[in-house]
Design a protein around this ligand. Structure first.
Ligand SMILES: Nc1ncnc2c1ncn2[C@@H]1O[C@H](COP(=O)(O)OP(=O)(O)OP(=O)(O)O)[C@@H](O)[C@H]1O
Length: 250
């Protein structure tokens, strides 16, 4: 067994303890080898990274349409903005543009989407654009995965948080932007279990406390948000046209 282990180590450099065990190494074997100075045991943090699979090459961002560019400008110039746009009008590209600007300023960003919209494709869109800056929070992560994501954000390694409602509590450093996509969704309200909160209200308050811009995106805004926009308490940007499909040119 010891020969097999040493052979494996000489080819791999180092191996996890679990692999040594699988090769048949018992604790006594390891102690003996270590005593003879042939191996050394050490601990290393290994992070689980649920976004790793969706990180790809960086695809260049599309040029925003004039309507999208105007919407991004309004949001950039305002504290809180309702981004009112029909389905397929390209709201996500506006969020991506605002995230890019925010990271370029050296600040962090939190993008909330309803749990049901947090699909691999949606994650990939952000992962392709922002790579290692991205941390993803959703309810299917194991406690360990959640812990790792939390610490990547906490340490400032990941400055962009993408997640469902509870991601609003991620320890983003110096948040400069908070986006709620589909802001009208009832799933942003957590009624049970405690703590009971509405992620939109938390986002608005966090924006006040930190100076982060808040963007509320929807094709069908909540009546409360709509009223705030109508009465001028928050800004409004509209996307009325669908983005023409790249190949269609219509
Ligand atoms: N400026 C652009 N140039 C080229 N393609 C674009 C542009 N903006 C958006 N798209 C493409 O159009 C499609 C719809 O855009 P996007 O997903 O951003 O819209 P959305 O409003 O967020 O959609 P939904 O309402 O479904 O959430 C996507 O495939 C996106 O890549």
């Amino acid at each position: 067994m010891e020969g097999r282990l040493l052979a494996r180590l000489s080819e791999a450099g180092d191996i996890p303890l679990s692999e040594a065990r699988a090769l048949g190494a018992a604790p006594a074997h390891l102690e003996r080898l270590e005593g003879r100075g042939l191996i050394r045991r050490y601990e290393r943090r290994v992070e689980r990274d649920p976004a790793a699979a969706v990180r790809g090459g960086s695809s260049p961002p599309p040029v925003l349409t004039p309507e999208q560019a105007a919407a991004a400008e309004t949001a950039w110039a305002s504290r809180v903005t309702l981004l009112h746009g029909v389905t397929g009008a390209g709201k996500t590209e506006v969020y991506l543009d605002l995230v890019r600007r925010t990271l370029a300023e050296g600040r962090g960003a939190i993008v909330l989407v309803p749990e049901i919209s947090l699909t691999p494709q949606a994650i990939r869109r952000f992962g392709e654009r922002f790579g290692d800056e991205l941390a993803v929070f959703h309810s299917k992560l194991s406690t360990g995965e959640l812990y790792d994501q939390w610490f990547r954000v906490r340490r400032g390694e990941a400055r962009l948080v993408l997640g469902s409602r509870s991601a609003i509590f991620a320890p983003a450093r110096e948040p400069g932007l908070i986006v709620l996509d589909e802001e009208h969704e009832w799933s942003y309200k957590q009624a049970d279990p405690v703590p009971r909160y509405h992620a939109r209200e938390v986002a608005l308050r966090l924006g006040e406390l930190t100076g982060a811009r808040v963007v509320l995106g929807s094709a069908t805004p909540d009546v409360v948000t709509y009223h705030r926009a109508e009465t001028g308490q928050i800004a409004r940007a509209e996307l009325k046209a669908r983005v023409a499909p790249a190949a269609g040119g219509g």
